[in-house]
Design a protein around this ligand. Sequence first.
Ligand code: GTP
Ligand code: MG
Ligand code: ZN
Length: 288
Amino acid sequence: MVLGRVLGCYSDRVVVRVEGRELSCRLRGRLRRQALGVVAGDLVRVAAGGPVPVVEEVLPRRNLLDRPAVANVDQVLVVFSYRDPPLDLGHVGRVLVAAEKAEVGAVMVLSKADLLAGEERDRVRELFHPVPYPLVVTSAVTGEGLGELHPLLEGRVSVLAGQSGVGKSRLLNALRPGLGLATGEISPRIRRGRHTTRLARLLDVNGGMVADTPGFSRLELGGVDPRQLASLFPEMVALAPHCRFADCYHRAEPGCAVREAVEEGRVAPWRHRLYLELLQEIEEGLPW
Ligand SMILES: Nc1nc2c(ncn2[C@@H]2O[C@H](COP(=O)(O)OP(=O)(O)OP(=O)(O)O)[C@@H](O)[C@H]2O)c(=O)[nH]1
Ligand SMILES: [Mg+2]
Ligand SMILES: [Zn+2]
């Protein structure tokens, strides 16, 4: 048996990287019948002696992101553009919360910076400055920011997330010329991408691996206690103990340190709004 990492799962086979080679493997029946039995990023044991290599066992996962499923992820790169498609803070924020919930690091990546005027860049900096994840400003067209991304990718498993059409595949192509991933034109009428990328698969980029994904659109908050929600917003974690009430929901309670920080610009208003929105969704017990 040899150890390998799953690069991608297809209906009839799984591609596994074993000692530098890519093997097209079958799955042991037990794994085939299980939902999320094997996903991209899994570390697996492969019996490679027979005519067709077979994945026999999946090692315990460090973490798991779903839709699309990727396991053992070091960081999520949340890609967003300011225009084309227009910035959707709710979407960016939900991906960041999903990363926190999965206990995965996150990097915020502005794409298509070549389309932005100076004051639009300033606006982006202003919106994201108080949010405690690194922000990298990039353009696949001019190459801006790629040098800043390279060391962040090295030796790590990263997942690209973000709305369709923000330029995830083109960014990867720019990071690793010759990759040739399909990119889509944005439909001018609806100004949303076309979901050119369908499956999660891991690609070698800069001494690390990156999963180009069709984008995570839904956030699973099932199982999150409303009391725990603030812990998924790292900028609120250190503030909560300073609220007047130990059980503060950071809504309209007097002496709330989180709301005070919002007023003073130490917490981004859009992050606090998203927190309140998610709190309400949890309380209403909506189907996620
Ligand atoms: N001006 C400009 N256009 C870009 C840039 N990056 C991507 N685009 C364009 O934006 C469109 C969408 O890019 P994709 O890379 O397909 O977007 P995606 O995020 O992979 O989309 P899905 O696969 O649908 O999730 C394409 O027309 C790209 O050429 C950029 O840095 N600058
Ligand atoms: Mg794509
Ligand atoms: Zn509070």
